[in-house]
Design a protein around this ligand. Sequence first.
Ligand code: AMP
Ligand code: GLY
Length: 428
Amino acid sequence: MKVLVVGGGGREHALAWKLSQSERIQQVYVAPGNGGTARDKHLLNVPITDISALRQWVIDNRIELTVVGPEAPLAAGIVDDFRAHGLRIFGPTRAAAQLESSKAFSKSFMQRHRIPTAQFETFTDAALAHAYVDLKGAPIVVKADGLAAGKGVVVAMSLQEAHEAIDFMLLDNTLGVAHNAGGARVVIEEFLQGEEASFIVLCDGKNVVALATSQDHKRLQDGDQGPNTGGMGAYSPAPVVTAEVHARAMREVILPTIRGMEKDGIEYTGFLYAGLMIDPQGQLKTLEFNCRMGDPETQPIMMRLKTDLVEVMLAATSGGLHQVELEWDRRVAMGVVLAAAGYPMNPRKGDAISGLPADQSDAMVFHAGTAEQATQTMTSGGRVLCVTVLADSVRQAQQKAYEVTQAIHFDGMQYRRDIGFRAIKQSA
Ligand code: AMP
Ligand code: GLY
């Protein structure tokens, strides 16, 4: 089979790497891919990002399956377009992707279907938003409505921060948020406390299969300090998701979401990612939905997946997920993101990367913001690499991930030194 992965980040490198291990694979293509997928002799990059041009390329090259990584092409309707041409593609339609592409949509969806989430109000008018924040007090959370590459959320510990966030989201748009119809909107919501986990499932429209649990590290710096990012590191499994929390997440969040979408006339197919906040009693609230896999959660999750991903994707695109049982490596997987100087606000590009190790089955460096120039790999984006390892315990995984990291260098490289700290505390 010939398979295409759409996207060019670490998530797509990991998906393509895993797909390419299937015996059914003749060739895995990645569009547009990155420096890591260019280096991998099992993968081929396709320099196309425009949806209709990509669909034509898929038809011309007889690609039998397309798997979509990022949210932007999903929100732009790539699944609708490919299906309209009879092509097999895994992902949600544009309507279903609104669960991620509009915070206002997903919050009112959750309210309507009684899916647990933080209390909130939605605003287009800055004066009303300011008044609401004054009424509620800090801490409080301000979220831009449209897609913002993981940077559209401000957890304001003071009123001043909340007021500033309202102004730059509603008035200035310095974040470059992709606004939905009706222009700039913000959701302002109650501040929640607890531990976060990423709960990701596959849906074929009817059946749901949960992936291994994982946890991300959203803040830039150690100890969860600094600005929110797309994610600085992740590991799987997440000990906070006990069997009981897992059952609750399925019962209270995932199944009501799939059913709720169906009731609203929108069939959900694709990956569905619920960001959960879990309190010490094991009660959970939904922080957000993503209509795709997490990045960097995908990297550790794919390292642990033993089942043939091509078979899984074929079942998921033909209503056959009830026949799928996923098998996981019992070891812990951990990924540490190496980011560029200036990330997340103003990442620098064009630094030469050295010391990249050879691929190993228990230690992989997945690429994200890299580009291959002649024989040299260069940085070309905010999150550059994700060093991902498998080991028998979280502590050993952490040690091994940082050992691999020591060998890698590029100017301005920044990374957290404490990936996995919660799991280590819980296992102590
Ligand atoms: P989101 O994109 O909505 O998941 O928000 C990004 C990050 O902001 C989350 O992963 C949380 O760390 C934090 N966050 C979002 N909403 C809340 C909330 N209501 N209370 C506390 N932290 C939040
Ligand atoms: N790592 C968080 C996300 O992919 O949204």
